[in-house]
Design a binder for this molecule. Structure first.
Ligand code: NAG
Ligand code: NAG
Ligand code: NAG
Ligand code: NAG
Ligand code: NAG
Ligand code: NAG
Ligand code: NAG
Length: 436
């Protein structure tokens, strides 16, 4: 059943109209909801795919090159508008697919066609990969006006995948929504397809039911209640960095699709934590080190030496605030009795953690709402939500989903900068307050 593969090295310079904005007419941004699955802490983007449109839930991954969907049972991808992509098309080479598929033993369909460009869909948890047909079909998501009709991208490119690639994905999720630095990621395809600027912003909600918004193709405004709260105002900017080496199993020859930022120091209660500076930089020879943003990591993961230094500083600063640690609660090591910590507008009153960026006055401040996780049967413990990534971790600091919730993060690809708000709770709003 697997197609035979011919290596197919593409160095053609065909221009494919799919990726070129056709006009600069101004359009409204596309706003779509992102839900949190509380069993897995995964962030889910609902979209419609195919004709007639079929609702499909996708796992949001800030670091992936292209999206993929299970085309086999129980989905059995069918559509009156799908197309496979001939191997000589530029999009095959654009993601270094280098594979051309043929199919002899099945009826023609999305997963069976000849001379078809193939992609290598990858599970971001297990890092296993598939080899499946690339497909073009209509994608609809979000809307430009509250409660409006969904926006459609007629020539959306994605990859099929087999159901076993969905291992560790939340129930009801049948694929992956790539949001990485790549022309084939969803924000790039939406911007290119609808002639919008390549700027997107996410505001992840941690709360149980209401979703948070993703704004596609717009630098703002991002209006939240109460009236007058435009979260595109007051953002702090830092350059987006790229790792010169992709960390995916197959696409080793191209830069990583992941977004990195240049953390230069960490401060706890405004006091500098001594760190090995080498670990903070991306090693240009290996691609190791540095700081990246990940919606796949539940909590921020630190290199062991950074973890030790930060937790020691945190314990010291918290004891100066009369907080005494209690026994660790897995997977965390620094925990306090919840009743000892007073609540503030920005979460539990604990030492602040600052990720210092390109200069000492540019920093991402992490308050209690994003640093402390409520754990225990009766939520009787409050634990520092940072974990030790182990000595083999490729990236020294991986900022996880929990630390991004109720923060607005603007990925301005045009200017290659990340705009961040720090906790929007300080502005009297939450991501879940957004009115769709
Ligand atoms: C998909 O195909 C499988 C096997 O061919 C079949 O058992 C299943 O019922 C199909 N599902 C749908 C939704 O058609
Ligand atoms: C791809 O090859 C086919 C013939 O095999 C040709 O008709 C078509 O124009 C080519 N497409 C591109 C984009 O070059
Ligand atoms: C692919 O080409 C082979 C050989 O020409 C043919 O037997 C097969 O049916 C084709 N497959 C499809 C899906 O068209
Ligand atoms: C996207 O495509 C354009 C035009 O082909 C190219 O210049 C650019 O480098 C591509 N961007 C990425 C992230 O691959
Ligand atoms: C800092 O980290 C680098 C990279 O892991 C390591 O080679 C070096 O020995 C470390 N320096 C110190 C002083 O621990
Ligand atoms: C900590 O406790 C001591 C003794 O009870 C008290 O004097 C001090 O003000 C407390 N500090 C804080 C920050 O609450
Ligand atoms: C912290 O809570 C414990 C009970 O969990 C209590 O015995 C202790 O007095 C509290 N400490 C402070 C400083 O409030």
């Amino acid at each position: 059943m697997s197609p035979s593969i011919l290596p197919f090295f593409l160095h053609f310079v065909f221009t494919l109209c799919l990726n070129l904005p056709s006009s600069s007419q101004s359009r409204l941004p596309v706003v779509a909801p992102i839900y949190k699955d509380h069993t897995t802490s995964q962030y889910i983007l609902p979209v419609d795919l195919a004709t007639p449109p079929r609702p499909t839930n996708l796992l949001l991954d800030l670091g992936s090159l292209f999206s993929w969907i299970n085309c086999y049972a129980p989905n059995n991808y069918t559509s009156s508008t799908y197309r496979n992509i001939p191997c000589n098309f530029t999009v095959c080479g654009a993601i270094d697919s280098f594979a051309c598929g043929y199919c002899y033993d099945l009826p023609a369909g999305p997963t069976c066609s000849n001379n078809t460009c193939e992609y290598f869909p990858e599970n971001p948890y297990s890092r296993t990969v598939g080899l499946e047909n690339a497909v073009i079909d209509v994608l609809s998501l979000g809307s430009t006006v509250p409660s409006g009709p969904p926006e459609s991208i007629p020539d959306f490119i994605f990859s099929c995948a087999k159901p076993d690639l969905l291992k560790n994905f939340a129930k009801g999720v049948s694929g992956l929504a790539a949001f990485g630095y790549s022309n084939e990621s969803i924000p790039f395809q939406v911007s290119n397809g609808l002639s919008l600027p390549r700027i997107f912003a996410i505001c992840l909600s941690g709360s149980r039911s209401p979703p948070g918004p993703v704004f596609l193709g717009s630098a703002g405004p991002y209006d939240f209640p109460p009236p007058g709260t435009d979260l595109s105002k007051g953002l702090i900017y830092t350059p987006i960095l790229l790792d010169p080496y992709g960390d995916t199993v197959i696409t080793y020859v191209r830069p990583s699709a992941e977004y990195f930022i240049g953390v230069s120091a960490i401060r706890v209660n405004s006091k500098n934590v001594p760190l090995n500076r080498t670990l903070l930089k991306i090693d240009p020879k290996t691609g190791y080190g540095g700081t990246r943003l990940s919606t796949i990591a539940k909590y921020t993961t630190l290199h062991p030496s950074i973890f030790k230094a930060v937790t020691e500083a945190f314990v010291q600063e918290s004891s100066a605030m009369n907080l005494t640690i209690t026994d660790p609660v897995e997977p965390f090591t620094i925990c306090y009795p919840a009743e000892n910590i007073t609540a503030t507008r920005v979460g539990p009153a604990v030492p602040t953690i600052d990720l210092v960026l390109q200069s000492s006055n540019v920093y991402w401040r992490i308050y209690g709402a994003n640093s402390m996780v409520s754990v225990g049967r009766r939520k009787e413990y409050s634990c520092l939500g940072f974990v030790d990534g182990g000595p083999k971790a490729r990236t020294s600091i991986v900022i996880g989903g929990y630390q991004m919730e109720d923060n607005l993060l603007q990925f301005d690809i045009e200017a290659m900068r990340l705009g961040f708000s720090s906790s929007v709770l300080a502005r009297g709003t939450t991501c879940a307050d957004y009115k769709f």
